[in-house]
Design a binder for this molecule. Sequence first.
Ligand SMILES: [Zn+2]
Length: 262
Amino acid sequence: MKHILLLIVFILYGSSSFANGGLLIEYGGDALTEKECRQIERMMDYQMEFYRMFGLKDSLKVRLTVFDERSEGVFYLDTIGISKYHPLKNVNALYMHNRKEAVILGMDKDRKRMLPVIYHELSHYFTREVTGVNPPIWFMEGLSEYFEHCEVGKKGIRHSMTAYEKGRIRTMYMLGEINLRKFVDADRTLFMKKQRTDEQYAYILAHAITTFMLENVSRQLLSDFITLLQDKTDRAKVSDKIARVYPGGFEAFETDFEKFCE
Ligand SMILES: [Zn+2]
């Protein structure tokens, strides 16, 4: 009897799979290897442990659709009407919150390198679940970059910034290119413009600020900041929200972050 039940459950879920703690990942498109699925699920457990501190709910479901061939993925995005709104020329992955679906294009080009891209896109799902409204773009991309730069090893999960990223930040400070207040208040358009025109400025800086907030600032402070983001009625600038939770205000935040980057 037990075996029959198990079989039914297996048929029902097909290629879906529960990571620990109530996340159902519905796999679609081309199959990932069992090892890849295991790594993704371990990473999702790790992310959930983090996001739970900020009110992530218990029962979660997200779709992960992977295409080995880029052209097939583009065709899929055409059929669901995404390419009309979203130029896909340089895109190799994206997350759509209205569908709760991450789509990965061209997995076969470099499967090892694309795995962290999956961690990145799925982190967008959690961030949007936790913040409810549109979170500041640097914070959303920063969190995703943080988890993208985590390595799932035998002993555990480790985050690091690359030497290139660290060097790039130091150069930005040396050249006086960083206006932190303007950056944290930027909307998506300005953020993407910075990204295109200035050698990945935006993603690297977002990654660094988020790393600072995750590794150098108390969880309570981070939680207070996220609570302010969750309040839809509070239309204050993001820099003002940081100022409200950070001891010493935004100036102290700026100084401490610069020290962290040295
Ligand atoms: Zn992203």
